[in-house]
Design a protein around this ligand. Structure first.
Ligand code: BDR
Ligand code: CA
Length: 317
């Protein structure tokens, strides 16, 4: 089988960075571009991080297009520093990238790429859905041109991680999520219900750092604050591989428990704004609009992630 061609829309972000590395380490995947969006950090920082990580991983041939600096309606949160560090990459200190963004805005870039090759490329959205929603509004034909849209976002049965009910990516731009969920694009949602079962531990980081390599050191330094945050607020040593788990849909789909449901998001402006919910009992009698990962064999995914990082470390030695 030829590798699956993907574009990642992203707000790097520590676990976003790990997603790029996992994609680059996976022969089943051909990473074709990154498009950036504000979320974990400002748009400028997100874009700089995307460029720096590609450079670090010898992947400067991959184009980066810069997208939206604000959610559709609400103000940006832009204060995930406790989780991702002030740069967005924890304590990792990557040099200023030489690589530059392409001229085209991410929304136009997505439209151009998907319309040029309908049904060939899949989109992985691992930040707020602002760019994706605007692309749908600007060029509705993109809906049938995207082969599949895999989203890290939402909390279906799980509690939230930015409010008691809502998950960060969806809460950051709930109106964009609403547009995307109703669009008709074939969607797979990877919510906190699954991602919180994929915990990378300090022992895993140590294991990767047995070999001296710049990639292993980057992972250790990038994850340091993220792990400290999890220890302080979630009460365990380790952190969830939220964004990398989206790639399990390609590299290890058998690990995911996927169910088809009608899923929506609350945009009413109250305490549950940004909450994603599934109509499990089919009360609304609406057809399913996505596949949702409600469970995963988490440790197996983490082991696969580590094995792929080990092979990338070897390759880039
Ligand atoms: C999501 O929010 C961000 O902090 C992570 O990068 C991930 O995309 C998890 O809720
Ligand atoms: Ca992210």
């Amino acid at each position: 089988m030829p590798p699956r061609r993907i574009i990642i829309d992203t707000d790097p972000g520590v676990d976003d960075a790990l997603t790029f590395l996992l994609a680059l380490a996976s022969p089943e995947i051909q990473l074709e571009a990154l498009t950036t969006v504000q979320g974990n950090v400002t748009l400028e920082k997100a874009t700089r991080n995307a460029l720096s990580i590609l450079e670090m991983a010898n992947a400067s041939h991959i184009p980066v297009a810069q997208g939206c600096s604000h959610p559709l309606l609400k103000s940006p949160h832009n204060s995930s520093e406790a989780v991702h560090g002030s740069s967005g990459l924890g304590q990792a200190n990557l040099p200023e990238p030489k690589l530059k963004v392409i001229e085209t805005h991410a929304v136009d870039y997505l439209i151009e790429r998907f319309l040029a090759e309908p049904d060939e490329i899949s989109l992985f959205a691992i930040g707020p859905l602002t760019n994706v929603a605007l692309a749908i509004r600007k060029e509705p034909r993109i809906v049938t041109a995207i082969r599949e849209l895999v989203i890290m976002g939402g909390a279906i049965r799980s509690g939230g991680n930015i409010s008691p009910l809502a998950e960060f990516n969806i809460h950051e731009d709930p109106h964009a999520a609403h547009v995307v969920f109703q669009s008709g694009i074939p969607i797979t949602l990877i919510p906190l219900d699954a991602t919180y079962k994929c915990l990378l531990t300090p022992a895993d980081i140590e294991r990767l750092n047995k070999v001296d390599s710049h990639i292993a050191r980057f992972i250790r330094d990038a994850m340091a604050d993220y792990m400290a945050f999890y220890q302080q607020y979630e009460g365990f040593a380790g952190c969830a591989l939220h964004d990398p788990l989206t790639l399990a849909t390609i590299i290890a789909p058998e690990l995911l428990k996927l169910e088809e449901h009608y899923v929506s998001v609350d945009i009413s402006g109250g305490v549950s704004t940004g909450k994603t919910f599934a109509d499990f009992m089919k009360v609304w009698k609406k057809p399913a609009n996505m596949r949702v990962a409600l469970d995963v064999r988490g440790r197996e995914f983490v082991e696969l992630f580590i094995a792929r990082m080990e092979s990338l470390i070897q390759k880039l030695q």
